[in-house]
Ligand binder design. Structure first.
Ligand code: PRX
Length: 635
């Protein structure tokens, strides 16, 4: 992409106005100027939020890897595309150039082709943050296969559900993963998952920890020898603009995880354009996003957005606390990182530690700091601003979602004056609206409501894999002709947005989206449990933590409560993953329910948050007496 950035606020407003007055003309110009196409589009946009159906750049032909790799080779072939910083700082970092990355991607693409993977097939990727992960994404894109990355912290049960939902025929994994001082048996998790996945024909295994693992004859193969033998070039599959690029699962308030489908051209245009402007990336910068590629942040802002801009993007395998709490700042100093993008939960965890961990490092390379994944509280914002940015690096508090594919509300650094806890202004082309409970748009400033988006943007997800009705019901049925985000927000006197949090039953723990349903299902499978409900409550590092209310069966009543708590958390770890463990478990005799049988979570949330002065209207409760009992025994 060209190196021009928006330079001042008036210019932002001008470009913004242009982008919403005539979105088609605006995005057409961006698409033309910044990308390579095999064939031009016939139509920039067609959309109907009722069906819903959204198509960008229809008729265009392209391959996203030609935009992320091939086109950079003449001018940036020897430039570092990926810096790999390993878990153990004693192990040397790798600098992978664009030419090397191109070769690695082609080899991996040929290995996939050799295993019968064709355009449109789904490939499950369950890998730690090692170079093979980025390579695997791009290799799928090279041949038109649809990748489905599953975060390598999910359990075998969660992995199996995702593999089966999208019918993946092949899994790419590793022998294990390093996380700080621990090493995790990833292959063992895959083996267990595959007991319930008859559709998977092959498992390709990258070597990372050298742990002794079982290899199933005929199914499992070591990846490296196959890559070594593979041809180092691979013709890119020519894709339609609207061909799916990937599926990424996200939690819903009910039911199974939703496989959000992102398509090729619109996703490419929006992730690349936002990357360039939100981080103000210039040619020789080193950019680092600490997210895992298992989440959308990693897809859009470690892999696709940066590489489409010919940027140098850093992949970090480790954790912020290993070997000590200075690791992030050590990496920033070592690689002279210019843009640093992380989550509030990491900031809060590091802010609790001795300031020496920050101060002993030279952080003068930093130009832009980013935050994503959950609301950033004021204290964390100031700590980040004062101690990491030394009040010299603007903080971009970026609001967006798996479903939006790219950043939606954000300051533009050095352009938008920032206010702690405010994501500030809509990005170019984004038309937010706040809605009231009667479905009316709330106009004007100093108002709050439910956050919707009125008009499509190029990287909006197009459907839920295999369930278009659920896509419509979840996002397009609450408000007519609007995409509903599930978040609440307020708009202040100058038109800045502040995201106030989820308005549904999704709980964000350490920046991870957790739906209540799969966690409750796993608790309920415990033989001693009759029923359960979980809610979030404020936590000073995680943002929210989980509080479970559990009704025991008669047979469970005599059991030791502490053991039961451990077993319930073990059960959750196995079914969902350790990120979904409960901080508090209260055993109760009943749950507050409405006459229609719905659990009144509002009350449980207040009790868990120790905020019981006003429980609101409880007149519709079937069993109001249980509320007092729960309050009396709250943890
Ligand atoms: O509630 C919002 C919160 O994270 C949700 C989206 O989660 P996910 O799909 O996992 O994507 C996270 C990374 C893009 C949103 O609905 N969220 C995300 N960013 C912010 C945020 N809440 C407040 N401020 C943010 N900057």
């Amino acid at each position: 992409m060209s190196n021009y950035h928006i330079k001042h606020l008036e210019e932002y407003y001008q470009v913004y106005r242009k982008s919403v007055r005539n979105p088609e003309a605006f995005w057409e110009e961006i698409a033309e100027e910044h990308f390579v196409w095999r064939k031009r589009w016939d139509n920039v946009l067609s959309w109907d939020f009722k069906k819903p159906e959204i198509k960008w750049f229809e008729g265009a032909k392209l391959n996203i890897t030609e935009n992320c790799l091939d086109r950079h080779l003449p001018t940036r072939g020897d430039k570092t595309a990926i810096i790999f910083e390993p878990n153990d700082p004693k192990e040397e970092a790798l600098h992978i150039t664009y030419r090397e990355l191109h070769e690695r991607v082609c080899r991996m693409a040929n290995v996939l082709l050799g295993h019968g993977v064709k355009k449109g097939d789904r490939v499950c990727i369950y890998l730690p943050m090692i170079p093979e992960l980025s390579v695997a994404l791009l290799a799928c894109a090279r041949i038109g296969a649809i990748h489905s990355v599953v975060f390598a912290g999910f359990s075998s049960h969660a992995l199996a559900t995702r593999i089966n939902d999208s019918d993946c025929k092949i899994v790419i994994t590793s022998d294990g993963s390093f996380r700080g001082s621990k090493s995790i048996d990833l292959k063992g998790i895959v083996d267990k998952a595959l007991e319930g996945c008859p559709g998977v024909a092959n498992v390709l295994v990258a070597k990372r920890t050298n742990a002794k693992i079982d290899m199933l004859k005929g199914r499992d193969k070591w990846l490296q020898p196959l890559l070594d033998e593979a041809y180092a070039d691979c013709v890119a599959e020519i894709m339609d603009a609207e061909d799916p690029l990937f599926i990424l699962y996200t939690s819903g308030s009910t039911g199974t995880p939703k496989g959000m489908v992102h398509t090729t051209a619109g996703y490419m245009v929006y992730s690349a354009y936002t990357f360039k402007n939100v981080f103000q990336y210039t040619e020789n910068d080193v950019y680092w996003c600490t997210a895992d590629i298992g989440w959308i942040t990693g897809h859009s802002y470690i892999v696709y957005g940066p590489l489409a801009n010919g940027a140098t993007t850093l992949m970090f395998e480790g954790v912020p606390s290993y070997p000590d709490y200075g690791r992030f700042w050590d990496v920033v100093e070592k690689h002279k990182v210019n843009q640093f993008y992380t989550a509030p939960t990491a900031i809060r965890a590091l802010a609790k530690e001795n300031l020496d961990y920050v101060e002993k490092h030279d952080l003068s390379s930093l130009k832009v700091l980013g935050s994503v994944g959950e609301p950033i509280n004021e204290e964390a914002w100031h700590w980040y601003n004062n101690n990491v940015g030394k009040k010299n690096s603007p903080i971009v508090d970026t609001w967006w979602q798996t479903e939006t594919g790219g950043i939606m509300i954000t300051p533009i650094p050095y352009v938008t004056p920032t206010t702690p806890t405010y994501a500030t202004l809509p990005f170019i082309g984004i038309q937010p609206a706040l809605m009231d409970e009667n479905g009316q748009e709330i106009k004007g400033n100093q108002v709050d409501g439910r956050l919707c988006i009125k008009f499509p943007w190029p990287s909006i997800s197009r459907t839920i894999w295999g369930n278009h009705d659920r896509y419509r019901d979840t996002y397009f049925s609450a408000y007519e002709n609007m995409y509903f985000t599930g978040d609440g927000a307020l708009r202040d006197a100058v038109g800045y947005y502040r995201i106030t949090g989820r308005v549904d039953d999704v709980i964000i723990v350490s920046g991870h989206n957790l739906g209540t349903a799969p966690i409750e299902d796993s608790i309920n499978e415990h033989p001693a449990v009759a029923e359960s409900a979980i809610v979030g409550f404020p936590h000073d590092v995680k943002g929210n933590a989980l509080y479970g209310y559990v009704i025991l069966k008669e047979t469970g009543e005599s059991r030791d409560r502490e053991n039961l708590r451990k077993e319930i958390n073990q059960q959750i770890t196995e079914h969902v993953g350790p990120i979904a463990k409960l901080d508090k478990i209260q055993f109760v005799s009943g749950l507050p329910k409405t006459r229609s049988g719905k659990i009144m979570r509002r009350i449980l949330r207040k009790i868990a948050s120790n905020d019981t002065s006003n429980l609101g209207d409880t007149s519709t409760l079937l069993n109001p007496e249980v509320v007092q009992e729960i309050m009396d025994n709250a943890l």
